[in-house]
Design a protein around this ligand. Structure first.
Ligand SMILES: Nc1ncnc2c1ncn2[C@@H]1O[C@H](COP(=O)(O)OP(=O)(O)O)[C@@H](O)[C@H]1O
Ligand SMILES: [Mg+2]
Length: 359
């Protein structure tokens, strides 16, 4: 049984369709990420699950319990859903010590003093804050405050953790550490988690599965590898990393391979496809910059299939790789490679299995 089942959620604010038939399921213990640009409906989805937002249509169930069903006018109160939530602005209570920030939700639940103490100290260990229990938030770093917010969400052993851009107030280095730290913690506790972010690196590096959203509509759900290597449409291809889009026409189709012509420069490009394509169908092929192989024009290798001539228009050194901007007879391509190529005239190999056909 999926731990979280969201079906056909719809929500309109005035004229704005914030959610349109949003459906997905999250398995037990899974770290599931909602990824998309600002305003695409991520928070509205998460807040609907939490019970702080009421959708116009759809159903939400967690652990087999129906929390929301628009058609039956069923709406379980937020405080009865027992979910751990960390918001974007992770406002910890400034006038309370770390200990009291975590103790408060338990006192509200009328636990004994002794049980509160035991549980708070257990969670402080978990979030690496044991030495800081008597400090006030202003005596902590941003990363530590963020862990207080997380500790507060975990303290009453929620069945599900909902995290809405929890790292957005942290600087780049801390964010990266916070990612692996939260992922480890989630894994250790086996907590079913929905994570919201607009940052594709964050989504790819942390998630078991990613849901890519745009304009309130689900675009694709899949593993990080799926959405990166097999994007279903242009939006996903472009949002989940840099991509080259090559638009052309199917010249022939044989044995799961489409032979594509895309202008003068790209003729007979072989692309692996998952379903039959008819000749003359137009299509767009997505290929990641690091999949392109760049060699000097006079190199002995790559003289056959899927290799085109290009000129290098610029090179940038980015530490672990070079980025090449290329002009292939009018088609602009971006390639990334750890290898330095010193020639202005190059050939570019496009591996057939690195090509994904997008809408
Ligand atoms: N309370 C609200 N009133 C009016 N419009 C809202 C409200 N909350 C969200 N919206 C609109 O709904 C859309 C989705 O918002 P949101 O879910 O917050 O996006 P995200 O979290 O992906 O940035 C946006 O266009 C936003 O302006
Ligand atoms: Mg948001």
């Amino acid at each position: 049984m999926p731990e979280i089942d969201v079906a056909l959620l719809g929500k309109t604010f005035g004229e704005q369709r914030a959610l349109d038939d949003v459906s997905f399921t999250v398995g037990d213990g899974e770290l599931f990420t909602l990824l998309g640009p600002s305003g695409c409906g991520k928070s509205t989805t998460l807040m609907s699950i939490a019970g702080f937002q009421t959708p116009d249509e759809g159903r939400i169930a967690v652990g087999g319990e129906q929390f929301f069903d628009a058609s039956r006018r069923l709406n379980v109160a937020a405080e009865r859903r027992n979910l751990g939530i960390v918001f974007q602005s992770y406002a910890v209570w400034p006038h309370m010590t770390v200990f009291d920030n975590l103790a408060f939700p338990l006192k509200v639940r009328k636990l004994s003093r002794k049980d509160v103490g035991t549980r708070v100290r257990e969670v402080l260990e978990l979030v690496d804050l044991a030495p800081y229990e008597q400090r006030y938030p202003h005596q902590l770093s941003g990363g530590q405050q963020q862990r207080v917010a997380l500790g507060r969400a975990l303290v009453y052993s929620p069945s599900v953790l909902l995290l809405d851009e929890p790292f957005s107030n942290l600087d780049a280095k801390l964010r990266e550490r916070a990612r692996s730290w939260v992922k480890d913690l989630q894994h250790t506790l086996g907590l079913t988690t929905i994570f919201v972010t607009h940052d594709q690196d964050e989504a790819l590096s942390m998630s078991d599965r990613v849901l890519v959203m745009n304009g309130g509509v689900v675009q694709q759900v899949g593993t990080p590898e799926d959405v990166y290597r097999r994007p279903v449409n242009r939006f996903v291809a472009e949002f989940v990393g840099r991509v080259n889009l090559i638009t052309g026409m199917v010249a022939r189709y044989e044995n799961s391979t489409a032979i594509v012509d895309a202008g003068e420069a790209v003729r007979g490009l072989r692309v692996h496809v998952e379903h039959t394509l008819l000749p003359h169908a137009s299509l767009t092929v997505a290929v990641r910059p690091e999949s392109l192989v760049v060699e000097p024009a006079n190199a002995a290798t790559y003289n056959g299939t899927n290799t085109i001539s290009a000129r290098v228009t610029s090179i940038a050194f980015l530490g672990d790789h070079y980025q090449y901007e290329l002009d292939a007879g009018g088609l602009a391509l971006t390639a990334q490679s750890p290898k330095q190529v010193d020639s202005a005239d190059v050939k570019v190999h496009i591996p057939p299995d690195a090509c994904a056909v997008v809408e």
